[in-house]
Every structure is written in structure tokens, then in C-alpha cells.
Ligand binder design. Structure first.
Ligand code: ZN
Ligand code: ZN
Length: 397
């Protein structure tokens, strides 16, 4: 029997171990750029599986495991992230976080565990495929500049022909797979606007330039980027998330600080939104006699799935789960640093449903009660396993 056809049963045998890894990681989460025990545990497991190469400290804290098949062939990379978030776990389960104020509230513990499960199965059957499967375990997905770019710069995907990754998603029902070619997740850019007016007595506005009034006007004017500058057929989000000014009820605030985020898909829209945000902030401030300084930081680029690789992943998922369970993925305005891999090699990023009211898995990602239906992990590893094997088979040298 071909390895791809044995996968479901081999993974099922691994499920208790996958769940136990996930629950361990869930209890001992580590923040972005502070991961130590997690990468050490991953490297230990890969070494125990007699991986052909295990590189630690890749790009700082990443782990890369290389598994070579019996014959030369293509190189396919599979990526899982492993960082947690600064959130206090409020779930009532026996595997809740033991680290105060830190929690796996995005499911990266599950990403890592399912990929370790797949690594275990493939390591024991490496004589049954040609080429190389490279496992990328990535630190710091949640925090700029992110671990992906660091791992890419450290050579993690040198020689890779295609890269695939998944995100478990609690807002989608467990059992389903979501895959589409094209834009999937947005460009994520952040800004800070500092407005300098002239403070003074609250009863003598004629002697001042009120930075709060200027700031309010800027917040309103920024809404026209979406409504008047970007085409209604394109996508943009401009959100002002903080607005800080003033200390006293009878004092006109000297300065005001706004910060926020801009989300887009197309590079030209990204440029336009940045240009307009700076013009609107500075222009509005000048109009009112104030000065605005703008810091604009470009974060993760948009995740744009490649046509061919998305189709390979979709066929792999269809083969496993059939048409009712394999659905198109609508783009979301969230961000993912998987885009840095896609900037170098073709590939695709998939979503795997992990929501289930029977398992209290109904809370959104980054919520203090976030959880998943753990059976989603097996769906993820089967889709990734089938995708990798299918890719290698189609690209035999
Ligand atoms: Zn997240
Ligand atoms: Zn995430």
C-alpha cells in the first residue's frame, strides 16, 4: 500500500501522543522571542526520530528538521509556529496554562504538535518517498518583526521548492479544510501620529491650538481613505486603536498621540494607503495650525497563495475528506508572517476548522478562553502529509 494511503491509520495511532504534546505545550507556553523550552523539546523529538539533520537556533529560536527519502527528488517544506501570547488563561480545563499571564491563545501549540505527529510517521517511512521533507518550526509569529523573516535570512528555506502551512481556526467548524489561491491574509502596517498644538487655559481657546480637536478631525478624515481613495472593489482597513491626550478638564491639551493599523492586500493599495494617511494627518493638522508627525511601520506582507501549490493542497484535502469538507477560503484582514516564505518560494497556506461547541471551542483567537477541538490536529497533519507526498510524487526528478 502506498504511504499516502496508510497515512490516516498511522496518524490515528499517533493521536494520543499528539494530544499529549499539545497539552504539555499548552501548560507551558512561551512568549514570542523568549521561547527556550519549546524549541528544545521539538529538537529532542526530531533527534529521537533520527532526522537526517536537526538545526536549532535558526534565525534566533527556530528549529529546522530535515528528512530525506530513499531517492533524490524535490524539497518540500512544512511550517508550524510555536509562540504564545501575553494573555491570562481563563479556561477551566486540566491542561490550562501554568504560566501566569501567558497563554497559547492562537493554537500554535496545536500547530507544532500536529506537525511533530506527522514528522514521527514520515520519519518511520522515509524509504517510501523520494526527495526531502523539511520541517520548519518557527518562533515568534505573533510579534513584529516575526520569526519567519529571521529564519528565511538564516537559510531555512534554501533549496526548498514549495512551502505549505496551516492555521487551525476556532471560528470554523472542526473537520473542514479551507483553501483558495490568491490573497488570503493582509499586509499589516502600523502607524503613530503625534500632533503638536499649543496648550493653554480651557477657558481661553483663542490663545491655543487644541490638539484634541485636531486629533478628532484627523480620525474623521482618515475614514475617507477607505470611502473616497481606495476603490470600493478593493480592500482596506484603517483603524485608530488609541487616542491619548490631556490630563485636566480645564486645560487645553498641548499634544495628542494616535496609533492604529492599516490592512490591505494589493501592493499598490498598500502604497496609496500609506501616502494618503501621511497627507491627511499632516494636511489636517496644518489646516488647523498644528503640526503632525507620522511614524509608519510596514509589518508582515500579505499572504498570497500560489495557484499550482494551492491546487495540489486542495486535491490532497479532497482525496482525504471529500467535497463537503473542503471549502474555499475567504480572505481575512488579519496578518501572518508565513508571507515571508511565500516571498521566496511558491506555496500555500490553509485553514483547518477547529471550532466545536461540545468542546467549548467557540471563542475567537486571542481570547482568554480560546480552545480548540483537538481532533482538528489530525485533519491538519493528514492534509499536510498528503500535500507533501503528492508534491514530491508530482516533482520526481
Ligand atoms: Zn494569533
Ligand atoms: Zn496564529
Amino acid at each position: 500500500m502506498k504511504l499516502v494511503d496508510q497515512l490516516p491509520e498511522l496518524l490515528r495511532q499517533m493521536e494520543p501522543q499528539i494530544v499529549s504534546w499539545r497539552r504539555h505545550l499548552h501548560q507551558y507556553p512561551e512568549l514570542s522571542f523568549q521561547e527556550e523550552k519549546t524549541p528544545a523539546m521539538i529538537a529532542d523529538i526530531l533527534r529521537e526520530l533520527a532526522f537526517d539533520e536537526v538545526r536549532t537556533g535558526v534565525g534566533g529560536r527556530g528549529v529546522v528538521g530535515v528528512l530525506r527519502g530513499s531517492r533524490p527528488g524535490a524539497v518540500v517544506a512544512l511550517r508550524a509556529d510555536f509562540d504564545a501570547l501575553p494573555i491570562q488563561d481563563q479556561k477551566e480545563v486540566e491542561y490550562k496554562s501554568k504560566v501566569p499571564g501567558v497563554m497559547h491563545a492562537c493554537g500554535h501549540d496545536a500547530h507544532t504538535s500536529q506537525l511533530l505527529g506527522l514528522a514521527s510517521v514520515l520519519a518511520k517511512h522515509r524509504e517510501q518517498f523520494a526527495g526531502e521533507i523539511r520541517f520548519l518550526f518557527q518562533h515568534a509569529e505573533e510579534e513584529n518583526p516575526g520569526g519567519a523573516i529571521q529564519m528565511v535570512e538564516d537559510g531555512a528555506i534554501e533549496g526548498v521548492d514549495a512551502v505549505f502551512g496551516v492555521h487551525l481556526w476556532s471560528m470554523f467548524p472542526v473537520g473542514n479544510v479551507y483553501i483558495s489561491a490568491g490573497p488570503i491574509m493582509a499586509n499589516v502596517d502600523d502607524f503613530v501620529i503625534t500632533i503638536k498644538g499649543r496648550g493653554g487655559h480651557g477657558a481661553l481657546p483663542e490663545q491655543t491650538v487644541d490638539s484634541i480637536v485636531v486629533g478628532s478631525q484627523i480620525v474623521s478624515s482618515l475614514q475617507t481613505i477607505a470611502s473616497r481613495n481606495v476603490s470600493p472593489l478593493d480592500h482596506v482597513v484603517v483603524t485608530v486603536g488609541t487616542f491619548h491626550a490631556g490630563d485636566n478638564n480645564n486645560v487645553i491639551a498641548d499634544s495628542c498621540r494616535l496609533s492604529g493599523t492599516v490592512r490591505t492586500f494589493l501592493p499598490e493599495t498598500r502604497d496609496l494607503a500609506e501616502q494618503r494617511l501621511i497627507e491627511v494627518a499632516k494636511g489636517t493638522a496644518a489646516l488647523m495650525g498644528a503640526v503632525a508627525e507620522v511614524e509608519y511601520d510596514r509589518g508582515y506582507p500579505a499572504v498570497i497563495n500560489c495557484d499550482k501549490e494551492s491546487e495540489i493542497a486542495r486535491q490532497a484535502a479532497l482525496e482525504a475528506f471529500g467535497e463537503e469538507r473542503v471549502l474555499p477560503m475567504k480572505p481575512v484582514m488579519g496578518g501572518e508572517d508565513f508571507s515571508y516564505y511565500l516571498g521566496k518560494v511558491p506555496g500555500a497556506y490553509l485553514f483547518i476548522g477547529a471550532g466545536n461547541p461540545d468542546h467549548n471551542a467557540t471563542y475567537p483567537h486571542h481570547h482568554p478562553r480560546f480552545d480548540i477541538d483537538e481532533s482538528a490536529m489530525l485533519v491538519a497533519s493528514e492534509v499536510l502529509g498528503r500535500t507533501a507526498l503528492r508534491y514530491l510524487e508530482q516533482h520526481q526528478s
